[in-house]
Design a protein around this ligand. Structure first.
Ligand SMILES: Nc1ncnc2c1ncn2[C@@H]1O[C@H](COP(=O)(O)OP(=O)(O)OP(=O)(O)O)[C@@H](O)[C@H]1O
Ligand SMILES: [Mg+2]
Length: 475
């Protein structure tokens, strides 16, 4: 099988060398040759050899210069240098420029064969590892992030393209669309995958503590700073830093972050010396940063610096073709986690899921399927969907959870219709209030404090209303 034999390019101004090699090793390799560096470089592109034997002393261009030019090519073949002189500086220069081996002329043909075989084998292994790694990367990426709608395929493609670069990535999308999984995925398939992934949620840390948390502090910087403490940026050195909810970063810290992005440097709170870090930054937000900029709450220069690449995660309502895949994935996940054996949900239950507008996106769907699996009863989907907003024009298709149909737990049951205007208004208000509270609770993943803030009511009154309307996390 001649075509499978490795092809060796000999670049030597002495044609005898190629002749000697092909005489001695014709059974194992195919030889092509060039008698000058310029000719040799052209042949690399045309012949695509598996390995190059390169003479050092040639009249027009030296072997070292050819090697330097070869280094500018992508995936160049390995090079063995040949030389009648084994002066140390030739050997050193060759190795420094990435030659795989150095053989002194006159050579023993057997020795050349051994070297060629060893290098080709090493190369084969390297290629195999790279190949396996790429496959594995791709597999884990596709396994972890469910969806094959065109929008998601596009997102995955972009993630794969940018993961291995050092570009700062801004991940945007509504709550529950999967921003954090994408951030972790970018880290996992980047060359920093063996280093740490550090997540800081800018909205969860009180603003006066965030600076010390991110950048660390020196002893005595403030009351209570008994000793010097490195910040998260220092801990994340060499790895990836995921700044979640970046839209909530206080303005005064934004300039410090900009400095990290531009100079990879910062000063600890209360410190004077610059600390250098090598950190790849990924940010996420569900806020409208453009609007924050126009209100003077977010620095425009920081926005452009963070936004080298934007990954936009579409809301679930815009990629409904992914719903059934996600449902089956979550059934499987929670079957395993809770040792259940729910097989699938019925077509009619699936149809119900298709008309909802999913304000809480994949997180909301996941929570719902978790409950279905745990309770082993798909009929709860109907209950769970009561008061869920549906897509415009679709609500009438599934009358059981039209927002305007009162459920048994709703105040003002439709069967006991009231003609008192006051009562009708009160009922309508209650219905709307319940729907809104339920929506905001889902949106905040039942974070009651956050929900109370959003609803602009006190925490206590929210707790009261939750009780009054019989809302609970499983419903
Ligand atoms: N495509 C997906 N495949 C599988 N699970 C997903 C997918 N998208 C989201 N999820 C799941 O949904 C939940 C929410 O995802 P994630 O935390 O990444 O969302 P997020 O966009 O960061 O939301 P938030 O803005 O509220 O922080 C997680 O449990 C996650 O595992
Ligand atoms: Mg998140």
């Amino acid at each position: 099988m001649r075509q499978d034999r490795p092809k060796i390019l000999v670049i030597d101004d002495d044609p005898k060398v190629k002749w000697l090699l092909s005489e001695g090793l014709a059974n194992y390799f195919d030889f092509v040759s060039a008698t000058s560096g310029t000719e040799g470089l052209q042949m690399v592109t045309i012949e695509k050899p598996n390995l190059i034997l390169l003479d050092i002393k040639m009249p027009e261009m030296s072997g070292i210069d050819v090697l330097k030019k070869l280094n500018k090519m992508d995936n160049r073949p390995e090079v063995i240098m040949l030389s009648g002189h084994d002066e140390t500086h030739y050997v050193v220069e060759s190795m420094k420029n990435g030659a795989a081996e150095f053989i002194k002329k006159p050579f023993d043909i057997k020795e050349v064969e051994i070297h060629i075989n060893a290098i080709l084998e090493q190369n084969r292994l390297k290629q195999e590892v790279t190949h396996l790694r790429t496959e594995l990367k791709a597999k884990s990426l596709y396994d972890a992030f469910i969806g094959d709608s065109p929008k998601i395929v596009q997102v995955k493609g972009l993630v794969e393209q940018v993961a291995d670069s050092e570009l700062t990535v801004l991940i945007r999308g509504e709550s529950g669309t999967g921003k954090e999984i994408i951030a972790r995925m970018i880290h996992t398939i980047s060359s920093r995958r063996d280093e740490s992934f550090t997540k800081v949620n800018c909205a969860a840390i009180p603003r006066d503590l965030l600076e010390a948390e991110l950048f660390g502090y020196e002893k005595g910087a403030f009351t209570g700073a008994h000793k010097t403490k490195p910040g998260r940026f220092e801990v994340a050195n060499k790895g990836t830093m995921f700044l979640d909810e970046i839209g909530d970063m206080p303005l005064e810290l934004q300039s410090k972050l900009l400095q990290v992005l531009e100079q990879q440097e910062f000063v600890r709170v209360g410190g004077i010396t610059n600390i250098h870090v090598d950190v790849r930054i990924i940010c996420a937000t569900n806020r409208n940063l453009e609007e924050a900029i126009s209100r003077g709450r977010f620095r425009e220069d920081l926005f452009y610096r963070l936004n080298e690449i934007t990954v936009f995660l579409p809301p679930l309502r815009d990629r409904k073709e992914d719903i059934s895949l996600l449902v089956n994935y979550f059934i499987d996940k929670y079957n395993k986690l809770y040792q259940r054996s729910l097989s699938q949900i019925s077509q009619s239950a699936m149809d119900q899921l298709m008309v909802v507008s999913w304000p809480g996106n994949v997180r909301q769907l996941e929570n719902m399927i978790k409950q279905v699996v745990v309770r082993g009863d798909e009929s709860i989907i109907n209950d769970l969907l009561i008061n869920q907003p549906t897509e415009p024009g679709q609500s009438s298709r599934v009358s059981s959870y039209r927002p305007d149909v009162a459920s048994p737990s709703n105040p003002g049951n439709a069967n006991q219709e009231s003609y008192s205007l006051k009562q009708v208004v009160a009922d309508a208000v209650s219905r709307e209030e319940k729907a809104m509270i339920s929506r905001v609770l889902t949106k905040t993943n039942w974070n009651r404090r956050k929900a109370a803030d959003l609803l602009e009511i006190s925490y206590r009154s929210l707790l009261y209303k939750i009780k009054e309307y019989g809302l609970n996390e499983l419903k």
